[in-house]
Ligand binder design. Structure first.
Ligand SMILES: Cc1cc2nc3c(=O)[nH]c(=O)nc-3n(C[C@H](O)[C@H](O)[C@H](O)COP(=O)(O)O)c2cc1C
Length: 164
């Protein structure tokens, strides 16, 4: 899905919604370029190449996630692992990153968000925005997909901050 809106400064913001969790294989240094001293490939999987290019070209990235057993779901961790290599030359360095949590429970993915807010700066990216949690998310999205204003307003604010 592509969506366009104006930022608070009047600039055009284009959102690209991507779900890489199902697209990327399980991280394996033997499939990756420059991951190991003796890497045995010069060509990471095509999905990884596309993913890293998209990340590099994005002005900013928003990561939205629930939590699994008080951490990010394994699929998201795998996406981050692919993004974080080659070491010190990867696609997250210098990116502006916003994070939000959402879950049907009362915590709104708090542990996931705390984890992500810790590691984003450690990965060389710039963390933007306040802690953003949406508990009971099921009650905030109508059957026809309309998202409640209590979710959309803070997300729009985050997008504007990221666009600056
Ligand atoms: C393995 C597993 C672990 C979960 N652990 C948590 C948790 O620690 N905290 C929480 O609020 N919800 C937890 N949940 C509930 C998820 O937040 C909920 O299933 C959510 O809808 C998952 O989103 P998804 O279907 O997009 O993965 C867990 C769900 C699963 C399947």
């Amino acid at each position: 899905m592509n969506e366009t809106q104006k930022s608070s400064a009047g600039n055009k913001i284009e959102f690209v919604l991507r779900d890489y969790v199902r697209e990327l294989p399980l991280y394996d240094g033997d499939l990756d370029i420059n991951a190991n001293i003796n890497a045995d490939t010069e060509t990471p999987p095509a999905a990884v190449v596309d993913f890293r290019r998209e990340m590099s070209e994005a002005h900013a990235i928003i990561i939205g996630t629930p939590e699994y057993n008080y951490n990010v779901p394994g699929g998201l961790k795998n996406v981050i692992d692919w993004a974080s290599r080659p070491f010190a030359k990867h696609c997250l360095i210098g990116r502006r990153v916003g994070v939000f949590g959402c879950s049907p429970g009362d915590r709104g993915g708090k542990a996931s968000v705390e984890y992500l807010r810790n590691i984003v700066p450690l990965l060389g990216a710039t963390l933007v925005g306040q802690e953003l949690l949406f508990p009971k998310i099921n009650s905030l999205i109508s059957p026809d997909g309309k998202i409640d204003r209590s979710v959309m307003s803070p997300l729009t604010e985050l997008a504007n901050e990221l666009a600056d």
